[in-house]
Write a protein that binds this ligand. Structure first.
Ligand code: SF4
Ligand code: SF4
Length: 757
């Protein structure tokens, strides 16, 4: 516990203009907190070099074990306010107090009270904090790469370049994966005009001759046991072998989706309708021919619009094929996508083309020109998506007199008597409906990540061998598409290439390097006993008071990252290097068994207790506690304040690591002390989630239902506790969210019946 604190209040940045700083100092000097705060000072500009030097001197002379800095948001100037082992608590007087303060005409002059609350909350929070001691295991440094295709080989070579030993496991008898089946790939180098060799043969040669890379083909991962930095991988390659592994790059790629989806466009019934992958295979084999007669086609039509399939399917099975949410947007090279799971309830068929659909059509039209002499190609697209430098590739196709490109919505694909294929289309650039007769028609098909079908990881984790909730994401593994592209929901396993997201080979190359960097970072972080992401460098981890544990298993079940195993009785077994320090387990535990040295139930509960709640709501106004997620909601509040937004003076913000860490006891404490309402402000959840800890805000929402039931039993309206979602760029919505709660809940229900007890 921090027992000797220094408290510093800044007068700069409008704080001194808005507040009587001397009287605010007295809140600490003359109050119950005085005994633990031997140093209480004000500063004209706390972030100035002189002020920082003064704080350093005080720490030394007074032996302070913590400093409470009441000034600007903790999200700014954090690099200035670093004092070695001395703990720092930032009280956000600037953004969340003076800048965003709005007078209430019925209860004027509340700013000093608000500032006092925040200063006391900050002192109390730090007084309940201990400096965590990191657990520092001796870690393995070898990287396991799963998948020996383009991405896996690139990842293995990148890791070797960084000095890491690599074990590369490939299921097939040969290396190369899908890239080895391609004739060419899109341009990857200047001038970006022509399809290129994939370079896969060179990659295979480089990897197999690299002394740091152990290549195992016809091999599979039997199990991965342990935790980041401490894994034991059992691999079967004609006999089982074990490897000590630090982190894993998952590069297992993709498989083609169900081609039956393309039936409304003639696939399966018209002989000369093939998929892009089948066409690619012909080009690779050296002869592009019509399946009906083995003759070279004089004309080939590449279609990217497959809405006909969606419409056709919709007529019969509306639920299955409705375009619920158009993800994934892109497909793998050589086999462009339109859907992921035509046969599943969760089917998501794209109603438009993607970058890969467009590029594959352009590339294969080029094959026609290259390999078939005078033959012509038609590319009928609904949307031509060629972002970035690929615009040059598109223009090169436009300049080829033998490639005809037109926007077109396909209305029918039928077979002519002579075996030709008639494609009817509307909405064309020609302004009229058209019919084209081609010798061969090429259709895109779906890409499905390998993880949709196979457990792949075979993790020996309490939560199971694979990644959770894959069906929500069409089988693609991810932890947070927006902020952490390579992370999966299992710390230490980093996904790259088409198992993560459909992409080009150029994209896969970058992806492989990115995932390897994360794997290296993970091993280094595990070795230092700190979190790798998203709380990079955090040395805290959950500590369990097992004497009180009832083995209810909530923590082991709810941890979004499978960090907790358990024994036969159900007692949790922490794995600190798997842990992301989100606190979701702490929020889950009904017995309050779990805490972090510097983030715990008592600490946040004590902060809430410091909020002054007037007995008379009419005279003193209501009070609302806002539990704010530090990841998006808190910066959104800061940005709103920075842009001059203001809100009710009756709210008090309490930052939390994630809404998943919110323990029901905090809400109960707040309500029992007369607080009139509690807002939980966090990230979006559901399929388009933005929660940095994947499940936190969703779990909070579920727990809110239980909290509401408990409140109902106490005779307190359930509506007094509400959860709102906000993303980091929705700062302009924050005032309205608060306003809505104040009018729809507080004004409507009046004072908390517990007020005054
Ligand atoms: S819930 Fe979060 S803090 Fe708790 S063990 Fe899992 S990752 Fe760690
Ligand atoms: S949630 Fe708490 S009581 Fe339940 S198993 Fe976990 S630590 Fe034990």
């Amino acid at each position: 516990m921090a027992e000797k604190l220094g408290v510093y209040i800044c007068s700069g940045c409008d704080i001194g203009k808005s507040l009587d700083v001397d009287s605010l100092l007295d809140t600490v000097k003359k109050g119950k907190l005085a005994s633990i705060c031997p140093v209480v000072k004000k500063s004209a500009v706390l972030c100035s070099p002189d002020a920082v030097t003064e704080i350093e001197a005080d720490i030394k002379e007074a032996g302070l074990d913590g400093v409470v800095l009441c000034a600007c948001s903790p999200r700014v100037k954090w690099d200035i306010f670093q004092f070695g082992a001395t703990q720092v608590e930032r009280v956000n007087l600037r953004e969340q107090c003076v800048w965003s303060f709005r007078e209430d005409p019925k209860v004027p002059g509340l700013l000093p009270l608000m500032a006092q609350d925040y200063v006391k909350m900050g002192v109390m929070k730090l007084s309940k904090s201990r400096i965590p001691a990191p657990e520092v295991p001796e870690t393995n440094k070898t990287i396991l790469v799963l998948g020996g295709g383009f991405t896996g080989l690139t990842a293995a070579l990148e890791a070797a370049k960084l000095g890491k030993d690599v074990v590369l496991v490939e299921q097939a008898a040969t290396l190369g994966g899908k890239a080895a089946t391609m004739y060419k790939t899109f341009p990857m180098s200047h001038p970006y005009l022509k399809a290129e060799d994939t370079g896969i043969d060179q990659l295979i040669a480089d990897a197999t001759s690299n002394a740091k890379i152990k290549v195992l083909t016809s091999a599979n991962l039997v199990s991965l046991e342990g935790a980041p930095g401490l894994y034991t991988a059992t691999v079967n390659a004609g006999g089982e072998q074990q490897f000590a592994i630090g982190a894993v790059v998952l590069a297992t790629g993709w498989v083609p989706g169900d081609k039956g989806f393309l039936a409304p466009m003639g696939y399966g019934s018209i002989k000369n309708v093939v998929t892009a992958a089948e066409f690619e295979a012909m080009a690779k084999a050296g002869s592009i021919v019509r399946p009906s007669d083995g003759q070279a086609p004089a004309s080939v039509a590449f279609l990217t619009d497959v809405s006909l399939c969606t419409k056709g399917s919709t007529a019969g099975t509306a639920d299955v094929c409705a375009p619920v949410d158009p993800l994934p947007e892109k497909a793998a090279e050589g086999e462009p996508e339109v859907s992921a799971y035509p046969d599943k309830e969760s089917a998501k068929h794209l109603a438009y083309s993607s970058e890969l659909t467009s590029l594959v059509a352009l590339k294969q039209a080029g094959y026609v020109r290259e390999k078939l002499g005078q033959s012509v190609a038609f590319v009928l697209y609904d949307h031509m998506m060629v972002p970035g430098i690929n615009e040059r590739y598109y223009k090169a196709a436009q300049d080829d007199a033998g490639i005809m490109l037109s926007k077109a919505s396909i209305t029918a694909v039928t077979e002519d008597a002579d075996g030709g294929v008639i494609v009817a289309a509307k909405d064309t650039l020609l302004g009229a409906d058209i019919e084209i007769k081609a010798d061969l028609v090429v259709l895109p098909t779906a890409i499905v990540p390998v993880t949709a079908h196979e457990p792949t990881m075979n993790l020996v984790y309490r939560q199971g061998p694979g990644f959770p909730d894959l069906e929500l994401f069409d089988g693609f593994v991810d932890s947070n598409y927006i902020c952490f592209p390579y992370e999966t929901r299992r710390t230490g396993v980093y996904a790259a290439g088409c198992v993560r997201q459909p992409m080009t080979l150029a994209g896969a190359k970058e992806d492989a390097a990115g995932a390897v960097l994360k794997a290296v970072q993970c091993i280094g972080s595990a070795n230092r006993g700190v979190a790798v992401h998203p709380r990079s460098g955090d040395i805290s981890f959950p500590v369990f008071n097992f004497q009180r544990c009832t083995q209810c298993k909530r923590c082991t079940e709810e941890c979004p990252f499978g960090a907790l195993d358990d024994d036969e009785k159900g007692t949790p077994k922490p794995n600190p290097t798997r842990c992301r320090r989100c606190g979701t387990c702490m929020g889950a535990c009904p017995e309050r068994v779990i805490s972090f040295d510097n983030y715990n139930i008592d600490q946040i509960g004590s902060m809430i207790k410091e909020v002054y709640v007037p007995d008379d709501m009419v005279a003193g106004g209501p009070r609302v506690i806002v539990l704010v997620c530090e990841n998006d909601a808190y910066p959104a509040l800061d940005m709103a304040a920075f842009r001059g937004k203001s809100w009710s003076p009756f709210v008090r913000f309490v930052p939390v690591r994630c809404l998943g860490s919110v323990n029901a006891i905090w809400v109960a404490d707040a309500v029992s002390k007369g607080v009139d309402g509690v807002i939980m402000l966090g990230c979006k959840y559901g399929p388009d989630y933005q929660c940095h800890f994947v499940k936190g805000s969703e779990l909070c929402s579920r727990r809110k239902t239980n909290i509401a039931e408990s409140l109902g039993r106490l005779g307190v309206e359930a509506e007094r506790v509400e959860q709102y979602e906000v993303s980091i760029d929705e700062y302009d919505k924050v005032p309205a969210i608060i306003e809505r709660f104040m009018t729809e809940v507080i004004t409507k229900f009046g004072p908390n019946p517990f007020k005054g007890y």
